[in-house]
Design a protein around this ligand. Structure first.
Ligand code: PEP
Length: 244
């Protein structure tokens, strides 16, 4: 169960969040819990989760190790501070910051090389769903951004299916629509990496997940977790989602 805070919260807000959140999820020992915070809040988040089962992730990384790349953050910088996870290819990065399937693959490979666990995002836009090309879009994103990993690399990633029309809009995909897309993605994994890899892989759903819809979504066969934006900002709502 992963939260994506996007560009919200200061370091002070981060510490205050975890003071309330950690006791709420203390008995959720059968699931991984991750908060992906803005870069500058990672040290506060990592200090706050110390001694708990909650882990911390970043929301992006650059694929170079170091160099003249003003404004960028590398994998080794993230691992050095105790960051464990990183979101790659979020639709907001694709939409506003020029992310492509090729750069998703580079970032994912760099993350793995430096010991980070990537959550790789895929998902179709509204016009793509309406024109009936959801599966074609998912296949292109999978082929360009994920299929280039080795089987060993693939075993370490989580995939997040996030239909762009459901992100931050309050329009959740119905459990059936989400399940269909997840099953399709799992089929792509079978074709490329085999049955065992597909069965072991974790496909998270993201798009307006809330405490009142998480149970139905998580009840679907191929939905293994959630990537949660807005509802991860409040300890009570993300706590309820984690504990669903
Ligand atoms: C997200 O940012 O990945 C997301 C799914 O956002 P929201 O839950 O707010 O739709």
């Amino acid at each position: 169960m992963a939260g994506n805070w996007k560009m919200y919260k200061t370091a002070g807000d981060t510490t205050a969040f975890f003071e309330k959140f950690l006791p709420l999820v203390a008995s959720a020992t059968d699931r991984d819990i991750v908060i992906c915070a803005p870069y500058v809040n990672l040290p506060a988040a990592i200090a706050a989760v110390s001694g708990s089962r909650v882990e911390v992730g970043a929301q992006n990384l650059y694929w170079g190790k170091e160099g003249a790349f003003t404004g960028e953050i590398s994998g080794p910088m993230l691992t050095a501070i105790g960051c464990k996870w990183v979101i790659v290819g979020h639709s907001e990065r694709r939409q506003f910051f020029g992310e492509t399937d090729a750069t998703v693959l580079k970032r994912t490979q760099a993350a793995l090389e430096h010991g980070l666990l990537p959550i790789v995002c895929v998902g179709e836009r509204l016009e793509e769903r309406e024109s009936g090309s959801t599966e074609a879009v998912l296949k292109t994103q999978f082929d360009g951004g994920i299929a280039g990993l080795t089987p060993e690399q693939f075993s370490k990633i989580a995939i997040a299916y996030e239909p762009v029309w459901a992100i931050g809009t309050g329009k959740t995909a119905t459990p059936e629509i989400a399940q269909q897309a997840h099953a399709y993605i799992r089929g792509l994994i079978v074709e490329k990496f085999g049955e065992a890899a597909a069965a072991a892989s974790r496909i998270l759903y993201g798009g307006s997940v809330k405490p009142d819809n998480v149970k139905n979504l998580m009840g679907q066969t191929d939905i293994d977790g959630a990537l949660v934006g807005g509802a991860s900002l409040e300890p009570a709502s993300f706590g309820a989602i984690v504990n669903h």
